[in-house]
Ligand binder design. Structure first.
Ligand code: 3PG
Length: 214
């Protein structure tokens, strides 16, 4: 792993919970970034599911230089380029797309693709990865599945995402196979849409406290 990737994954681990955000309007990026910073989770996986993603990454990265901002739901190498040019420090994908993984590795861009099965994880290891997303975590067998596969694939560490919430995040984070969890429960789209950034900040704070208590 390169020094740059190592540093990014160390920050993932330190922050512990990575908010997965869907922004429909880039004007929300600044107040959301502020809520995340002040709430104590200085990170965001901004998903490329909306047209506002690229500009939102640009706004968050430039307004909050200490924040770990990256791109999620990345499905093409063109999106990798756009995300990185906008300031993304990492790339997350829902599945293991070899083209995207290789493209990122060749350019020393930290990448964390989604995996679900032992076969996909083995492929990830072969590509040279040590950190993968486990998605959709709760539907794919949750912590029990990570423990079972992780017992065999000892070099891999996991970022479970999908179905993680305030009730189950602590159990995940207690397992040392897990380097962080991704989740949207503290940054739900309806709260963003309604401009409830104080409420978001409170939920982020609660999540950050759960993380600290591990
Ligand atoms: C997603 O696909 O949006 C992420 O995996 C987050 O999942 P969640 O909304 O269940 O936290």
């Amino acid at each position: 792993m390169s020094a740059k990737t190592d540093e990014v994954f160390s920050r993932f681990e330190e922050i512990g919970i990575i908010p997965v955000v869907v922004l429909n309007d880039a004007k929300d990026a600044e107040p959301l970034g502020k809520a995340l910073m002040e709430g104590g989770l200085p990170a965001a996986e901004v998903t490329f599911r909306t047209d506002a993603a690229e500009e939102s990454i640009r706004i968050m990265s430039s307004n909050f230089p200490d924040m770990l901002v990256g791109a999620g739901t990345v499905l093409t190498t063109e999106q990798v380029d756009r995300a990185v040019a906008a300031g993304a420090k990492f790339i997350v994908a829902p599945g293991l797309d070899e083209e995207i993984v290789k493209y990122c590795l060749e350019r020393d861009i930290p990448v964390c693709p989604g995996t679900q099965t032992a076969s996909e994880m083995t492929k990830a290891l072969k590509l040279g990865l040590t950190h993968v997303k486990f998605f959709p975590a709760e539907n794919a067998g949750g912590l029990k599945m990570i423990k079972a596969i992780g017992a065999a694939l000892t070099k891999l560490r996991f970022m479970p995402t999908g179905g993680i919430n305030a009730d189950n995040v602590s159990d995940y984070l207690k397992d040392d196979k897990i380097f962080c969890c991704g989740g949207s429960w503290m940054v739900k789209g309806d709260m963003i849409k309604a401009g409830k950034f104080d409420e978001i900040k409170e939920k982020v704070k609660e999540a950050a406290e759960l993380r600290k208590s591990i």
